[in-house]
Ligand binder design. Structure first.
Ligand code: GLN
Length: 258
């Protein structure tokens, strides 16, 4: 009798072991990251990227998270504006997209601890002296933003640039090109991205810290997915403490891919 019980206990332990290895609770051996890979240096495409064609600070962080769970990282590239819905419906496990924590997004997803502080900047022609502060954008300037980015909210709601002067694009890379070719006077975009794209296109960055407040990036997961959130926070804490995040920011400084 005793023997049988022991065997049953062992069998149960074996089953549990297998379940743990395969990630119990129906989860698979992949971790899916949703992103918008037009936001260098956080995510961009290039030949020989870190994960397939994808590279950048966020890709490196997500890869570490997947590795810590013994999973393979899968990347779903989509429009930034669709990321929150994709996390909400479970199409992706997490959004890692230089995403700023804000109250509206917090209503729909849970955020990890923050891992990067940014601010909005203006990208303008190198010889432009008519835009030195955010308010100047209201003087009949054609201003580009990326749809659904915090820059869109600031230009539309905080600065109240007239609607007919705002151009909304889907990709940060494209909208900065339009400053270069003269279709736009300025683009309002996150600092590290603005800096990288300005350098690449021979444009200049103008800052206005009084109007553009700092914002913090975090990783979004489905509401209530504390298991994944705890895992993400553990990796982020480790990468912050051991200087890995700083090293990545330095390594990818100015990187734009091709
Ligand atoms: N930080 C900005 C936001 O959250 C832009 C992010 C992005 O383009 N990937 O809106």
């Amino acid at each position: 009798m005793k023997k049988v019980v022991k065997f049953a206990a062992l069998a149960a332990a074996a089953v549990m072991g297998v379940a743990a290895l395969s990630g119990c609770g129906g989860s698979s051996d992949t971790l899916t990251m949703g992103t918008n890979a037009a936001f260098p240096p956080f995510e961009f495409t290039t030949t020989n990227g870190l994960v397939g064609e994808f590279d950048g600070i966020d890709v490196a962080i997500a890869k570490r998270i997947a590795e810590s769970m013994g999973k393979e990282l899968v990347i779903e590239d989509m429009e930034f504006d669709g990321l929150i819905a994709s996390v909400k419906t479970g199409k992706v496990d997490m959004a890692v997209a230089g995403m700023t924590v804000n109250p509206e997004r917090l209503e729909n997803v849970d955020f990890s601890d923050t891992y990067y502080v940014a601010t909005q900047v203006m990208v303008v022609q190198p010889d432009d002296t008519s835009i030195t502060k955010a308010e100047d954008l209201k003087n009949g300037k054609k201003v580009g933003v990326v749809l659904g980015y915090t820059g869109d909210t600031i230009v539309t709601e905080t600065l109240q640039v007239p609607e007919e002067n705002i151009v909304r694009a889907n990709r940060g890379i494209d909208v900065v090109q339009d400053v270069k070719n003269g279709r736009l006077d300025a683009v309002v975009v996150d600092s590290a991205t603005g800096k990288a794209l300005a350098e690449k296109n021979g444009l200049k960055v103008v800052e206005d810290p009084e109007v553009f407040e700092s914002e913090e990036y975090a990783i979004a997961v489905q509401k209530g997915n504390t298991e994944l959130l705890d895992q993400i926070n553990e990796v982020l804490a480790e990468m912050t403490a051991n200087g890995e995040i700083d090293a990545l920011a330095e390594q990818y400084d100015g990187a734009t891919g091709e």
